[in-house]
Design a protein around this ligand. Structure first.
Ligand code: ADP
Ligand code: MG
Length: 234
């Protein structure tokens, strides 16, 4: 389903490199250390699952990896670039160019049809409307959603909504997909379909980092990392 043109040749480089990463939140009750001295490398082409109980810092880590938040200390190199060294705009550019996000709650815009939802990241990349629509329609076709492409998100099923969200994540042709509990709102059968889709994308050369607390879903990954109290335990 996904063409080999999406394959990335430098398949053995470190796409993510994290060293001694700490993240501390300031709260009314004082400071809360959520990630401690975290060290992690993910090579281009890997499919990694991050597991851990609620509150173990999984989303915090994913937000930092996705350049949506910054660490309190430590190093993070994404594709060889130090993310802290970049200013706000450079970070946004690196993010748009490199990363696609998928969330538990799909996060589609309710008033936009599926084509416009999928094409939305291209608005920020200043891609003209005709091309946005064309690329969105192609991805929706690959997801088997051509029939539904003019519908609103509320008029399709949860599994279909998550496929739309995956299409949106792919529209910028990212090298990396970050998914935070993407099957958390789906029934078991649909969850397995979405995981099979991630596996297929991985086989087409896209690096995948997926957070889940379901061992069944982590099985789809080629490597599983467990977080406990902000530390990698295995
Ligand atoms: P997980 O995704 O593994 O459930 P999170 O990364 O969301 O865990 O949260 C880890 C800890 O950090 C939790 O104790 C949570 O309450 C706290 N936390 C998360 N975000 C913030 C924030 N913006 N400010 C303060 N505390 C936060
Ligand atoms: Mg979370």
């Amino acid at each position: 389903m996904f063409s080999t043109t999406q394959l990335h040749s430098d398949s053995m480089t470190d796409l993510i490199l994290i060293r001694h990463l700490n993240k501390c939140y300031q709260t009314a009750a004082g400071s809360l250390l959520v990630l401690r001295e975290l060290t992690l490398t993910v090579q281009s082409g890997e499919f990694v699952a991050i597991m851990g109980s609620s509150g173990s810092g999984k989303s915090t880590l994913l937000n930092i990896l996705g350049c949506l938040d910054t660490q309190s200390s430590g190093d993070y190199l994404l594709d060889g670039q130090s993310v802290v060294a970049l200013d706000h705009n450079q970070r946004a550019q690196l993010r748009n160019r490199t990363i696609g996000f998928v969330f538990q709650g799909f996060q589609l815009l309710p008033r936009l049809n599926l084509i416009d939802n999928v094409g939305l990241p291209l608005v920020y990349a200043a891609v003209p409307r005709t091309e946005r629509r064309q690329r969105a329609k192609e991805l929706l076709a690959r997801m088997g959603l051509t029939q539904q492409e003019n519908r609103l998100p509320s008029h399709i099923s949860g599994g279909q909504q998550q496929r739309v969200a995956v299409a949106r994540a792919l529209v910028n042709q990212p090298r990396l997909i970050l998914a935070d509990e993407p099957t958390g709102n789906l029934d078991s059968r649909t969850s397995h379909e979405v995981m099979a889709l991630f596996q297929e994308l991985n086989q087409a050369g896209i690096t995948i980092l997926l957070v889940t607390h379901e061992p069944e879903m982590a099985h789809y990954a080629s490597r599983v990392i467990c977080l406990r109290d902000g530390v990698v335990v295995s």
